[in-house]
Design a protein around this ligand. Structure first.
Ligand code: NDP
Ligand code: 7N6
Length: 308
């Protein structure tokens, strides 16, 4: 179909430099420009955006630059006949490196040494406290782009990797795959439970008090997916009570994480400000995907990552 413009909504600035992103479409043979709210669109326009806006429903195609498109109402897009695509498939390296970083730090106490460095303190932890991730068991819940990225790297580090997903095809590096109905069996023996699944009505609150009860008391929760997958009050209570050991968290129920959250204060919690995907070439990763879809759109091929 005909595509005359690629409009980049200014909300992309939440994650990438808008001008550099627009520049990445030079040479694609289509007019790419930055827009704000209140524009009007028609079917020869594509929009790349971070947030949903009602006026985008007049465009020919809308691309959500995030992998998690939970803020977009897919029913409305389907009713309007406007294809919606997302940015899944590009976060295997970026987000999983952060998950691995949390685990290695939590095991070897890098975060504790850094805290002590801030006080110029030559710190010696209890002898029993540090451990290697090698030979420890990780349960990766959600084995898509990010989950596989975590599983492959964990396997490379010599960890024992199991996972949870709805479909049961084998995944490289994963020795056993559990059905979501067997979540408790899957997480019970794991030293690390890593969440890498989408936020949907089905997955909201997936990890709460019953799961913290089932988890080992020396286990760590890693969440690089979405905050609402975890009941945050229950997480803080579980760490406080010693039901689990700690967490590495990139995402939260409310972002930015409110100043009043007890999670800020735990030594055994590492917090990153939703930066799992942040690298200096993130805009190029997204632009490659959008460019491929521009070409597909123009040659009437099915769009990649179509979610509505
Ligand atoms: P994918 O769509 O590639 O993978 C999602 C996986 O989750 C699939 O393998 C799916 O497998 C599995 N899944 C879905 N529902 C369930 C369920 N109920 N129980 C168990 N597994 C389930 O997505 P990505 O890996 O790219 O991203 C995952 C999420 O991570 C995104 O939705 C987004 O919210 C978040 N994200 C966070 C980022 C950050 O900056 N921290 C960056 C990018 C993404 P199956 O169908 O077999 O169940
Ligand atoms: C925004 C990162 C996604 O879903 O959460 C990520 O792609 C985007 C800070």
């Amino acid at each position: 179909a005909q595509l005359d413009h690629l409009y980049v909504h200014e909300s992309v600035e939440n994650v990438i430099p808008p001008e550099a992103f627009v520049e990445a479409f030079e040479g694609l043979g289509i007019d790419a420009e930055l827009v704000g709210d209140g524009e009007s669109y028609d079917e020869t326009d594509a929009v790349a955006t971070y947030v949903p806006r009602p006026e985008f429903l007049d465009a020919g195609w809308v691309h959500c630059i995030r992998a998690g498109y939970d803020e977009f109402d897919t029913d409305t897009y389907e009713a309007a006949g406007v294809p919606l695509t997302n940015s899944t498939g590009i976060h295997d390296t970026t987000v999983s490196e952060v998950a691995i970083g949390y685990m290695v730090s939590l095991a070897r106490l890098l975060h504790v040494y850094r805290d002590n460095q801030n006080e110029r303190n030559w710190y010696t932890p209890d002898y029993e406290r540090p451990f290697t991730v090698e030979n420890e068991r990780i349960c990766v819940v959600g084995l898509g782009t990010i989950g596989r990225g975590i599983a492959e790297r964990a396997d490379g580090l010599g960890m024992e990797v199991v996972g949870v997903r709805r479909s049961d095809e084998p995944v490289p590096g994963v020795s056993e795959i559990f059905d979501p109905s067997d979540l408790h069996d899957a997480i019970a023996d794991a030293r690390f439970v890593a969440l890498a699944l989408p936020h949907t009505p089905e997955t909201e609150g997936l990890i709460g008090e019953p799961e913290f009860e089932v988890m080992r008391d020396d286990a760590y929760l890693i969440n690089v997916a979405r905050g609402p997958l975890v009941v945050e009050d229950a997480l803080a209570a579980a760490i406080e009570a010693g039901a689990i050991a700690g967490a590495g968290l990139d995402v939260f129920e409310t972002e930015p994480l409110p100043d009043s959250s007890p999670l800020w204060d735990f030594e055994e919690v590492i917090i990153s400000p939703h930066k799992g995907s942040a690298t200096n070439r993130y805009h190029l990763d997204i632009a490659d995907l959008v460019s491929e879809n521009v070409e597909r759109y123009q040659s009437d091929e099915p769009l990649k990552n179509r979610v509505a």
